[in-house]
Write a protein that binds this ligand. Sequence first.
Ligand SMILES: *[C@@H]1O[C@H](CO)[C@@H](O)[C@H](O)[C@H]1NC(C)=O
Ligand SMILES: *[C@@H]1O[C@H](CO)[C@@H](O)[C@H](O)[C@H]1NC(C)=O
Ligand SMILES: *[C@@H]1O[C@H](CO)[C@@H](O)[C@H](O)[C@H]1NC(C)=O
Ligand SMILES: *[C@@H]1O[C@H](CO)[C@@H](O)[C@H](O)[C@H]1NC(C)=O
Ligand SMILES: *[C@@H]1O[C@H](CO)[C@@H](O)[C@H](O)[C@H]1NC(C)=O
Ligand SMILES: *[C@@H]1O[C@H](CO)[C@@H](O)[C@H](O)[C@H]1NC(C)=O
Ligand SMILES: *[C@@H]1O[C@H](CO)[C@@H](O)[C@H](O)[C@H]1NC(C)=O
Length: 804
Amino acid sequence: MALAFPNPLPSSLLLLLLMMACSTSAQTYRNQSMGSSLTAKDGGSSWASPSGDFSFGFQRIGNGGYLLAIWFNKIPEKTIVWAANRNNLVPRGSKVQLTTDGQFVLNDPKGKEIWGADMARSGVAYAAMLDSGNLVLATQNSVYLWESFKFPTDTILPTNTIGQNGKLVARYLETNYSNGRFQLSLKSDGNLVLQTRHFPLDSANHDYWSTETVGSGFQVVFNQSGSIYVAAKNGSILNMISSYAGSTQDFYQIAILEYDGVFRHYLYPKRPNISNSTSWPSAWTPTSNFIPPNVCHIMEDTGGGACGFNSYCKLEGHDQRPRCICPEGYAHIDPDDERKGCKANFIQQSCNESMPETDLFYLYPMQNTDWSGKSDYEYFPSQTEDWCRNACLVDCFCAVAVFRNGGCWKKRFPLSNGRMDSIMGGKALIKIPKDNSIFKPSSADSKKKDRSTLILIGSVLLSSSVFFNLLLLLAAILAIFRFDYFKPKVLQTYPVMPGMNLRSFTYEELKKATNGFKDELGHGAFATVYKGTLESDHGKPVAVKKLNNIVTQGDQEFKAEVSAIGRTNHKNLVQLLGFNNEGQHRLIVYEFMSRGSLANFLFEGSRPKWYQRIQIALGTARGLSYLHEECSTQIIHCDIKPQNILLDDSLTPRISDFGLAKLLKTDQTRTMTGIRGTKGYVAPEWFRNMPVTVKVDVYSFGILLLEIICCRKSFEADVQNEDQMILADWVYDCYKERKLDLPLGNDEEAMPDMKRVERYVMIAIWCIQEDPSLRPTMKKVIQMMEGAVEVPVPPDPSSFISSI
Ligand SMILES: *[C@@H]1O[C@H](CO)[C@@H](O)[C@H](O)[C@H]1NC(C)=O
Ligand SMILES: *[C@@H]1O[C@H](CO)[C@@H](O)[C@H](O)[C@H]1NC(C)=O
Ligand SMILES: *[C@@H]1O[C@H](CO)[C@@H](O)[C@H](O)[C@H]1NC(C)=O
Ligand SMILES: *[C@@H]1O[C@H](CO)[C@@H](O)[C@H](O)[C@H]1NC(C)=O
Ligand SMILES: *[C@@H]1O[C@H](CO)[C@@H](O)[C@H](O)[C@H]1NC(C)=O
Ligand SMILES: *[C@@H]1O[C@H](CO)[C@@H](O)[C@H](O)[C@H]1NC(C)=O
Ligand SMILES: *[C@@H]1O[C@H](CO)[C@@H](O)[C@H](O)[C@H]1NC(C)=O
């Protein structure tokens, strides 16, 4: 019989595949007979494997359409492990069918063929989703004519092997399944390699890792007990990639070439009790085995390396993920795709001799940073740093100087293969303009407190004097929390919890790191935050939070809670590095954020750029949406305000202090002192006999969004017109009267973008509705902000109060 495979396979291998197919043991399955079909729609049906672990069907991907896929069906994440049409999402109403003449095809609603299983047509008797995660088309005698395992996308499962000429192609982004920038392939010569791709073409560019098994590598094996290795034809192991001793009984396992170019092996506990904690949140946890060891060190001759041009790559967080970061003065071309590279936020130095601009620029130092030699155009040995700085400053071609051990390199655009790593040594000196305040390193002056006078929550509350006394009391009780601290950086991690890389610090260690808890960054009723440096991590700066009002809770509960926070992983959240819980002490260690808080950014110094504010609003919304909807355990922040949104080097907003609401809970669920939150941002239901849900965060986000739009605090006592004291009221009045230019002030960048201003204002008004059920979810907020969904005209936020 004539089998056609998309990859040209040697006929011997083909035979072998056939033999293997024949010998695959029959499993129990629900057979899908000829004529069976599935249709793409929300809540559509799917074909489950007998155990229910896997399903095959359509998955909706964002607003982009449907993916015909196989996914883990029992876990909340519904992790996709295989896809038929990754580069070509199909619209609603598309259909996949095992036709009566033996084809397995995906057609769009017009009947156009989008994808088809590549196999012989005759002899197919049924299709079945197996418990291994393999989708098969088989004959009456259970000979597999086609298997999804033979055509993996970016993921392999236990028992799934990759043969010669087989490959995994990384997806483009975490949530974009299209072909991306990296691939793992077992070449026909037997060498297993990781390669960059000529994106958007479908060809390989540069090998950045290999097993060096030319002539002997036969297949990549992912066996039942979770070992991943390259095997020779005789079965001997040539190269062990991962040998985690977790069994497939207790864990779901996948190995995936991720969009960042790293091939990782992940585990997911099948039952929550494996880790001996009832509240243990389940989630995919990477094992410590991944390749390559440091993807930041990819050096391509053409192309940008692991990250895009003008950016640099750095391993960050407790699981050492590569991040692509823009140097000072630069911003991501596409904030949603950090691998696309960075662009300068300023006009380059002029090369007009009669008008030298040397005075207008300065060199911003970045330790342990370098870009590849491809960008070098001049080199001077045996010089001082001052000499090197000056040489770059007076040279209009010089974008960056690198100074190391007396050597001075001048580099020009585009900068490629950038990386920051303590093994690099030396420093890069980035040329940026002096005069624009946004380029100056932030003073990180966290001591500057905005000790706002007693504000009396929103007028919405004030309008009902029943609450007035209550509020006064509250204002007295509620402490002001302010934790303005910063800076990412972490290196070594020491696993202390099963499957996690959260580090457990000793109290002495943290005392030493903070110099005896001297350098206070901020404090509130429940905690004080100190700046510290970890000597064991090359003097990395950290923020150490000392919780002082922890209500007597068990060790286990604290650990479980901290681990829930530690498991969060999103670019808009501040990363937790570790903790200490010796005796009475409860301390949490975070990344230190150098650019300060959003409060400083918005309300101090010159008005930040409109586009930066848009990105900050969107990033904050995404971080919140992640906490509400994408984490394995839902996290309600309860204290969203600009002081709790920190900014990293590239002005990406990072939500801090999340997950503390639960840690700080009191015995009574919601007494006065139990209210976490800050006046002005607190949703009205805190004061009523109503359940507290994620919608309290939506309310606070609405207030925050107005502050971001107007660059003004939600309450300002010092205004001429009383109507302008409470921002939300003032903006709503102006919105009704179509005078939004008033609260915008003289914002020359925002004024031409009035449509967006108005849309954002409408979204904010929806968020601050008195009735929590009227407020949108954060997911909806993002869709509305991105323009994917129309924003209906919002009602008066306080219309609800009269009904109580
Ligand atoms: C599926 O079909 C094969 C071949 O006809 C048969 O041996 C097997 O028992 C069927 N399985 C189920 C669950 O119907
Ligand atoms: C995924 O990324 C590719 C490449 O940039 C793009 O063409 C495609 O539209 C994206 N798909 C979705 C669903 O966003
Ligand atoms: C199996 O093959 C490998 C590589 O081809 C070789 O080094 C090894 O000696 C062989 N082992 C046996 C037991 O034949
Ligand atoms: C998987 O491979 C490892 C390493 O060779 C071996 O110890 C283990 O027994 C294998 N498991 C199975 C089920 O073959
Ligand atoms: C805990 O896990 C074991 C297997 O690891 C299982 O047999 C047992 O039923 C589980 N207990 C609970 C309470 O889930
Ligand atoms: C579970 O944890 C408790 C307390 O930490 C310990 O006493 C017990 O031995 C553990 N059980 C297992 C099966 O690890
Ligand atoms: C250089 O600058 C001088 C002074 O501003 C100006 O007159 C001249 O036109 C500039 N030359 C070019 C080529 O731009």
